[in-house]
Ligand binder design. Sequence first.
Ligand SMILES: Nc1ncnc2c1ncn2[C@@H]1O[C@H](COP(=O)(O)OP(=O)(O)OP(=O)(O)O)[C@@H](O)[C@H]1O
Ligand SMILES: [Mg+2]
Length: 306
Amino acid sequence: MLEYAIDTKQLTRRIGRRETVKEINLKVPIGGIYGFLGPNGAGKTTTIRMLLGLIKPSSGEISILGKDLKRDRINILGEIGSLVESPSYYAHLSGYKNLKIIALIRGISETRIKEVLKLVRLDKDAYRQVKNYSLGMKQRLGIAAALITYPKLLILDEPTNGLDPSGIQEIRELITRLPRDYGITVLISSHLLSEIEQVATHVGIINNGELIFQGSIQKLTEKSRPYLWIETDHPEEAAIALRQYGWDADPELVTNQVKTSVIEKPQSAEMIKLLVNSQHEIYRVAEKKKTLEDIFLELTGQEHSL
Ligand SMILES: Nc1ncnc2c1ncn2[C@@H]1O[C@H](COP(=O)(O)OP(=O)(O)OP(=O)(O)O)[C@@H](O)[C@H]1O
Ligand SMILES: [Mg+2]
């Protein structure tokens, strides 16, 4: 049985001497929601454009739904729905009319237009002019257009860009239903993990054209091991004392804190005992855990916004 809807091998895109996508091996499991994450300029759109046959890879291979994109381009593209950057419409026409145009070109029935409008919850606003739609409604219309041909794979490039929290939530709910109710595999890119961590089953993180993490959301969460945060009178000496016993510890002098890495509860008890026995005053102790966003920022080398 086919395991991956998208499977690339050493996929590379070079512009001049610069590699904007470097030898990436994307593995998007069938029936999954794959969050393709990376900061601005990381190479997300470039990768997606290659997957959609819009630009040619400099080297490497792309297999989609078990077929080689180079050999089966037309067949494959017929099975993909996509929304790359902002969708384009006729603003003076209604949402319905916009879809009708696509349906006419593609030989799709009237019933399907109604179906997809309902699916993206635009049925009530279907007959309003698109220029009066909110950004979220426009994005949903774009997704409706992508779904109209019954794709097996949906590729969305930053569909939540510029949306407010409720707009993001609407897209989230819509996307969650697609694999569950229709068996569609989804790849969704974003520069914010928080926007997709609730929907994604798998994550790929790209930075400077390199895929620096790929795996299930659980695998990413495992990286968020808790640590102990201790407020004490002499953090530097406390850190030295802890390190002598083999624990990681970082003093933060300004705030009188020591950050340690702790995995299990008994270890925290030992650490505190050690500090108390070596005459450190302990004011506060708390167990802290990195959020997925912290891990993402760490992996991509971005600054914390705290
Ligand atoms: N046509 C082009 N000519 C030259 N450089 C390009 C071109 N298209 C993209 N790039 C460069 O390739 C790199 C990757 O860009 P890409 O648009 O794929 O990133 P992205 O992850 O989609 O970023 P964003 O979050 O801003 O959409 C960037 O450094 C960009 O400057
Ligand atoms: Mg982009």
